[in-house]
Structure formats: structure tokens, C-alpha cells
Design a binder for this molecule. Structure first.
Ligand SMILES: Cc1cc2nc3c(=O)[nH]c(=O)nc-3n(C[C@H](O)[C@H](O)[C@H](O)COP(=O)(O)O)c2cc1C
Length: 377
């Protein structure tokens, strides 16, 4: 069903400005006929952060920034959906154009700058979802059923106290989020990535963990994840993982888009656009940083791998480099939603080939080897 429709629509979408195409895609999804939920092979199930994921393939943050279609995406076969980044107050983001396709490279550059409808609007949608009768049965999610929807939070560009923005969003969203991601890794809000520096990060994590504890009695134990940039030095990564461990976050996402421009890029003109690069050209760097993170975490919490997944093979490589779960976005622009089913089939095939019962058995199998390779360009 997905395939033929997408094959028809994709050339049209690619003829449009990328952001217009994205808006149209969201509208199509909103009015998509209600699909029956996909039943996943039980060998794909993952338990992480106290949550039961029916499969490990997640929609990365940025696709559904305002939580307009999380349940449609779950029905298309994602094991979880991360909505956001949400900022406390509505803000328009940077001037357009601000999203660019690198067609020949399978990449995307964006400098959206946290365009968000703001916390009130998004909270209303997620609260309605949490109360909906069809979602009320205890299924795979956290405190409440209906599928795993994480909420990715960030600070307003003009916030006088950025940490206070994160604290506020955790207090407000904990009761409707399966987990919350603290996003300090967008390159498009000036100064935001500085929150990854040791002293700033320690203060931020102390305060967000504290906020989570304050609301836990009402909201339940909401897992807190930290999403980092792939552009950290290994010394900075030592600090980040050390602080994440000492402040007892529940997991990390590695990672966000990169400011780097690999020399192999073919779309040299588009590559000059400012912003974060994602998709296939990000794969090597993001996978290396994932492995580097995995070896530093020493199994204390799970790591989610994101960056350049565009096939069963690249998905499998993320697990072998240390991911317990994966997320993708850019490849969907080029390959469409059918990619989700393709990746899940490839993962099952890999388990059968190696006679394994679950993905957990191959998480990190190649981490040491990946960290010994020459640094990716
Ligand atoms: C257009 C676009 C918008 C994004 N917006 C966000 C965002 O709001 N918050 C965030 O944490 N990551 C955002 N990301 C990053 C993705 O969540 C993901 O970490 C990154 O793109 C790497 O995965 P990919 O190569 O599969 O796209 C965005 C990515 C793209 C392409």
C-alpha cells in the first residue's frame, strides 16, 4: 500500500522546495486512511529505559516537530517516534530557504533553527492523545499505552536562561511523554551546543534530573535522554559521557547533524549552505561517535544510534557499533516510508543468519573494531 502511492507522489515532492514537500507530506499523513497497526516479529522487541519497544526503528526528531502525526507514524511501522524539538514559546526559526537536499549524496542540510509551535500547542495534542480511548489500553509504552512517543526539548533562541527552558519543558511534558530528550546539539541556535561543555552540562543535567524527580510522583518515572552532536572531540566526549553517567541520565542519542562537510560530497554548491548535514554523508562520523560513546558508557545505559541510516546494512552496522535502538530521518526523503519495513526485514534476516534470538546479542559486537579504524573523513 505504501509503495505504489509513494512511488507516485515522490517525484512531485522532489520537484518542490524541501520544506514545502515536508509540509505536504505531513498533510498527506494527517489524512492517511487509518492503517491497521503493523505486528512486529517478537525477535525485534527491545527493552530499554524501562520501556518495551515493539521494534527498534524510531522516527528521529525534526520530522514531526509539533506532534501532529505521531500515531500515524507508529502505524506505518516505527517502533517509536520522537516529536520535537519543542521550545517553550512559539518561534518561527530562521528565514527560508533553510532546508536543502544534496540529491547526489543522499544528504540534507538544514538550518531551521527550532521552528516550533511552542509548548502550549504541542502539549494540547499530546494530552489529547494520552487520553484517547484507543490508546488507553496498556500496550508497549511507558506509564500509559498506545506506543512510544518521546518528546525532544530545546530552548528558545531569545531565552534569558536556557536551562530554565529545559526545566520548564520537563515539568510540563513528563506526564505525556514516554521519554524526554534533552537536545543540546542543534547547530542552528547560536550558543546552544556550548551546553555540551563540562561545567554547563553538569549544571544542566543536575537541574533537569531534579525537575524530573520533582514531577515523578504525578508523571511517573520519565526516562531522560541526552542528544549530542557528532562534532565533539574525543576529550569532550569523555567529559560528556562521564557527566551523563554521574548525573544518571537514562540514555544518550548519538547524534544530531554535523557542521562538517566531508570532502567526498558531490553537491559542492549546496554543501556551502550553512547548517547541519545529515543523511548518508553523516553515516561514518556518526557511527564512529556512536562506537566511541558505547565503549565509554560501559553498558550503564543504552545508546540510540542516528545518522545516515538508509538501508538494512547501515541499520545493522549501528547495532554492531553499540546502538540498542536506532532513529532515522533524512533517508526517508529519498527512500520513503517503505524503508522502515525494509530495515526490519533485514534485521530479522541478520538474526536468522547468525542464529540469534534478539538484537541485544549483537549490540556493540563491532564497537572496539570501529574505534580502531582511521578517523572517518
Ligand atoms: C530537516 C531536519 C530537521 C531536524 N530537526 C531536528 C530537531 O528539531 N531536533 C533534533 O534533535 N534533531 C533534529 N534533526 C536531526 C535528526 O533528528 C537526526 O539526528 C539527524 O538528521 C541524523 O539522522 P539522519 O541522518 O537519519 O537524518 C533534524 C534533521 C533534519 C534533516
Amino acid at each position: 500500500m505504501i509503495g505504489p502511492f509513494e512511488r507516485l507522489v515522490r517525484p512531485l515532492l522532489h520537484a518542490l522546495d524541501p520544506e514545502d514537500a515536508h509540509g505536504l507530506t505531513l498533510r498527506i499523513l494527517k489524512f492517511a486512511p487509518p492503517l491497521g497497526a503493523v505486528r512486529d516479529d517478537t525477535r525485534l522487541a527491545v527493552r530499554a529505559f524501562g520501556l518495551n519497544f515493539p521494534n527498534p526503528v524510531g522516527m528521529a526528531a525534526g520530522f514531526d516537530k509539533n506532534a501532529e502525526v505521531p500515531d500515524v507514524l507508529l502505524r506505518f511501522g516505527f517502533g517509536f517516534v520522537e516529536v520535537g524539538t519543542i521550545t517553550p514559546l512559539p518561534q518561527p526559526g530562521n528565514p527560508r530557504p533553510r532546508v536543502f537536499r544534496l540529491e547526489a549524496d543522499g544528504g540534507v542540510i538544514n538550518r531551521l533553527g527550532f521552528n516550533s509551535q511552542g509548548a502550549d500547542a504541542v502539549l494540547k495534542r499530546l494530552a489529547a492523545r494520552a487520553k484517547a480511548p484507543s490508546l488507553a489500553s496498556p500496550a508497549s509504552g511507558g506509564g500509559w499505552g498506545g506506543g512510544i512517543v518521546g518528546v525532544n526539548v530545546g530552548a528558545n533562541k531569545a531565552a534569558p536562561d536556557r536551562v530554565a527552558d529545559y526545566v520548564q519543558l520537563i515539568e510540563r511534558f513528563a506526564s505525556v511523554a514516554s521519554y524526554i530528550t534533552v537536545n543540546v546539539s542543534s547547530p542552528n541556535t547560536p550558543g546552544l551546543r556550548a551546553l555540551q561543555q563540562a561545567a554547563a552540562l553538569d549544571d544542566l543535567l543536575a537541574r533537569v534530573v531534579d525537575a524530573r524527580e520533582r514531577v515523578a510522583q504525578k508523571a511517573g518515572p520519565t526516562p531522560l535522554l541526552l542528544k549530542i552532536a557528532p562534532d565533539l572531540s574525543l576529550g569532550e566526549l569523555d567529559d560528556v559521557v562521564g557527566i551523563a553517567r554521574s548525573r544518571r541520565v537514562d540514555g544518550m542519542i548519538v547524534g544530531n547533524t554535523t557542521l562538517a562537510r566531508p570532502p567526498s560530497l558531490r553537491e559542492t554548491k549546496v554543501a556551502k549552505e550553512a547548517g547541519g548535514l545529515s543523511g548518508r554523508p553523516l553515516f561514518s562520523l556518526a557511527t564512529r561517535m556512536l562506537a566511541e560513546t558505547y565503549v565509554r558508557v560501559e553498558g550503564v545505559f543504552p545508546v540510540i544510534g542516528a545518522g545516515g541510516i538508509d538501508s538494512g546494512g547501515t541499520a545493522l552496522a549501528k547495532f554492531r557499533a553499540g546502538a540498542s535502538l536506532i532513529q532515522l530521518y533524512s533517508a526517508l526523503v529519498f527512500r520513503g516510508l517503505g524503508l522502515v519495513a525494509e530495515i526490519k526485514s533485514a534485521l530479522i534476516a541478520a538474526l536468522e543468519r547468525d542464529r540469534l534470538d534478539s538484537l541485544a546479542e549483537l549490540v556493540g559486537a563491532d564497537a572496539a573494531a570501529v574505534t580502531a579504524e582511521p578517523w572517518p573523513e
